[in-house]
Design a protein around this ligand. Structure first.
Ligand code: PHE
Length: 349
C-alpha cells in the first residue's frame, strides 16, 4: 500500500521492515513512531486531520495483518492419520472405546416416511439447500409483493444492485413443486399420475422455542392426475399418519390459506401429551391440538406455470413438518434437542 502523507509513508517503510525482525511481532503496534504520529493529529489543520487519520489507521491495519499472518503461520497442526487403526486406550471424551455412531433420529424417521409413501406409489425427490425467488415464491403463486411472502420468514442474501436474484434458503419444501411437476408431466399424457414426495431441510428466521427451530425438516407431497379431489388428499394423509403411528388417531381438518392451494386446509393431531387438559402444556400451548401440516388442492396457476393444463388435470399437495411428527411419536418435548448434538438424547433412538 502506498501512503500519500510523507511522514506516514516514511514510518510505513521503517515499521514494515522492522516487524520481520521482531520475535514478539505484536510489539510493532506499540512502536513509538506510531504513537508520535497519532499525537501529531491534534496539531494538524482541520482540513488534513481526517485524511491523515484515515491513512494512519490504514497503516495500523496493515501492521496488524502482518502480526496476525505471522501468528497463523506459527501454529503447527499435528498430523492425524485417519486411516490408522483405532487406539482403544486413547481418551475419548464423548464416545466410549469401540462405540459406534448411529443414524440420527430424524434421518431414521425420514427413511420410514419415504418407505411408507413408497408403498403408496410415491417416488422421493431431493430438495436443495439454496434456491431462488422463482422456486420459493413465483412458481407457487406468490407474485412479487404478495403479502403472504412475509409469513415465511425467509433467509435470503441481500440484493445489493437491486437487479440480481438473491440466494434463498428454502423456507418450505414447496420450492420443489414446480421442478417435480415439470420433471414428471410427460407421465400424465401416458395416463400415469404424478406421485412424488420431497423430504428435506428447510430454514426460517424464527424466534426459537420448544416448537420452533431455524432449521427443520418437511416432507412435501404432490399428486396430480385426472379427477383428483380433496377426499383423496384426506384419505392419503390419514393412511400415512395411521401407518406411521401404528394406531388410529384423532385428526382435525380446518380451512386455511396458502397461495399455492385452493381450497387449503390445516391438518391437526390431538396432543398426545396433555389431551388438551394442561393450559401450560409445552407442546400444544394448551390448545389440545398440534398443527402438523398444511395441504390443499394445487392452485391452477401452479399447474399452469409447470406446463400442466388445469382444465384436464387436478392434484393435491401437502407439506408436513417432520420434526413435529417425530416429537409426537416419541414424546420429545423440545424440538431443539434434535440439533443439540447431545449424545444422551440421541442414544435413545
Ligand atoms: N408449504 C406450506 C408450509 O410450509 C405447507 C403446504 C405444502 C401447504 C403444500 C399446502 C400444500 O407452510
Amino acid at each position: 500500500m502506498s501512503y500519500q502523507n510523507e511522514d506516514i509513508a516514511r514510518a510505513a517503510d521503517v515499521l514494515l521492515a522492522r516487524v520481520d525482525t521482531l520475535d514478539d511481532k505484536a510489539a510493532i503496534l506499540r512502536a513509538p513512531e506510531l504513537g508520535a504520529l497519532y499525537a501529531q493529529i491534534r496539531t494538524l489543520p482541520n482540513e488534513v486531520k481526517s485524511s491523515f487519520g484515515a491513512e494512519l489507521n490504514a497503516l495500523k491495519t496493515e501492521l496488524q495483518a502482518r502480526v496476525e499472518a505471522a501468528a497463523d503461520a506459527a501454529v503447527e497442526l499435528p498430523l492425524i492419520d485417519v486411516t490408522a487403526p483405532m487406539d482403544a486406550n486413547a481418551p475419548r471424551p464423548s464416545l466410549l472405546p469401540n462405540e459406534q455412531g448411529s443414524t440420527h433420529p430424524l434421518t431414521q424417521e425420514m427413511e420410514r416416511i419415504v418407505e411408507i409413501f413408497g408403498r403408496m406409489g410415491f417416488v422421493a425427490e431431493e430438495s436443495r439447500e439454496l434456491d431462488d425467488q422463482f422456486h420459493m415464491f413465483e412458481s407457487v403463486n406468490f407474485p412479487k409483493g404478495h403479502p403472504a411472502r412475509d409469513d415465511y420468514d425467509t433467509f435470503m442474501t441481500v440484493e445489493t444492485d437491486g437487479a440480481s436474484d438473491p440466494f434463498i434458503a428454502p423456507a418450505h419444501t414447496s420450492t420443489m413443486q414446480n421442478r417435480t411437476l415439470v420433471k414428471y408431466r410427460d407421465q400424465l399424457e401416458r395416463g400415469e399420475a404424478i406421485a412424488a414426495i420431497v423430504p428435506d431441510r428447510c430454514f426460517r428466521n424464527e424466534d426459537l422455542d420448544a416448537r420452533h427451530e431455524h432449521t427443520f425438516y418437511q416432507v412435501e407431497g404432490i399428486y396430480v392426475a385426472k379427477g383428483v379431489h380433496a377426499g383423496m388428499l384426506i384419505a392419503t394423509l390419514q393412511e400415512f399418519l395411521q401407518s406411521y403411528y401404528g394406531q388410529e388417531l384423532d385428526v382435525r381438518v380446518n380451512p386455511f390459506y396458502f397461495p399455492f392451494t385452493e381450497p387449503s386446509f390445516e391438518f391437526a393431531l390431538s396432543c398426545p401429551f396433555c389431551k388438551g387438559t394442561d393450559a401450560a402444556c409445552k407442546i400444544c400451548s394448551g390448545e389440545g391440538w398440534i398443527e402438523l401440516l398444511g395441504c390443499g388442492m394445487i392452485h391452477p396457476n401452479v399447474l399452469r406455470m409447470a406446463g400442466v393444463d388445469p382444465a384436464i388435470y387436478t392434484g393435491f399437495a401437502f407439506g408436513c413438518g417432520i420434526d413435529r411428527l417425530v416429537m409426537m411419536k416419541y414424546g420429545v418435548e423440545d424440538v431443539r434437542h434434535f440439533e443439540s448434538a447431545k449424545l444422551d438424547f440421541l442414544e435413545q433412538f
